[in-house]
Design a protein around this ligand. Structure first.
Ligand code: ADP
Ligand code: MG
Length: 269
């Protein structure tokens, strides 16, 4: 039997938190790689003009290249922008180029501007077990597109001061999208990141998040680790950069639990 089960249906997960630097991209890259290395077919959609997920997966993303920008603004099929990821057979990445920086303004006059990403993903017919959408650190039209396209929202929360600040705004946005644009979206997963076991604060934040959000918080916690932060500099996930490290095993555990929950819920987590 596979170590990590594959879902019965395609799971589309939006990785969101309007705060920058909380571990969205790191989580998108490492969970995607963990699942792909264990047999799931995975696509990462880079929805941040910074293109950090593209960099982290060592995927080309210079200006003008086919990218998620063209899929959103011109209806380019995802398949024509998706790139394979070296060394990870089951993984595709749709890169973001700097062109995406103008997309929120350009899309204002586009028909069905909130559901461009949903249409693009729905039109992609090849088999896929997971789509991870790496959101920018804002709640603008790009993040709205991700919330409309996804069924699940994964929120990484940094175990630091002010971790919960601003979260209310994200939760309200999810509720608004649910009420008006995508009734099936829900917050299925919260992941505690950058946990430093030496500090009391990290424990307090973790405890507070678990009290507030209960079961959706994954048991696996991602430690603050130099190996995790070094890996993107080599265009790698921490799982391939340093497989034995705690960062690697914790992201594997998080991916496994995320997959098992989806399987237990019959694929519709
Ligand atoms: P976001 O996408 O939310 O802006 P990132 O995933 O880019 O956040 O992470 C912000 C920074 O923190 C990056 O430099 C990243 O390498 C680093 N980082 C992320 N997770 C960890 C971790 N567990 N330990 C140490 N550094 C981390
Ligand atoms: Mg990011």
């Amino acid at each position: 039997a596979a170590l990590i089960p594959r879902p019965a249906h395609r799971r589309i997960m939006c990785i969101a938190n309007q705060k920058g630097g909380v571990g969205k991209t790191t989580t998108a890259v490492n969970i995607a790689v963990a699942l792909a290395l264990h047999g799931s077919r995975v696509m990462v959609i880079d929805l941040d003009p910074q293109g950090n997920a593209s960099t982290g997966l060592s995927v080309e993303h210079h200006a003008g290249l086919n990218s998620i920008y063209d899929c959103l603004t011109d209806g380019l099929p995802l398949a024509e922008a998706a790139q394979t990821v070296e060394g990870i057979p089951n993984l595709l990445c749709v890169p973001a180029t700097i062109d995406l920086a103008g997309a929120e303004i350009e899309m204002v006059s586009v028909v069905a501007r909130e559901s461009r990403l949903k249409r693009a993903i729905a039109a992609y017919q090849e088999p896929l077990d997971y789509v991870f959408i790496d959101c920018p650190p804002s709640l603008g039209l790009l993040t709205v597109n991700a919330l409309v396209a996804a069924e699940e929202v994964l929120i990484p929360i940094q175990c630091e001061y002010y971790a919960l600040e601003g979260l209310g705004q994200l939760l309200r946005n999810v509720e608004l999208v649910k009420a008006h644009l995508n009734p099936s979206v829900w917050i299925s997963t919260i992941l505690l990141t950058m946990y430093d076991g030496r500090t009391k604060l990290a424990d307090q934040v973790a405890q507070e998040v678990r009290e507030h959000f209960g079961d959706v918080v994954l048991d696996a916690v991602i430690p603050r680790s130099v190996r995790v932060s070094e890996a993107p500099g080599y265009g790698q996930s921490v799982l391939t950069y340093d497989p034995g490290s705690r960062g690697s095993t914790s992201y594997f555990d998080a991916a496994k639990q995320l997959a098992e929950r989806g399987a237990a819920a019959g694929g519709k987590a």
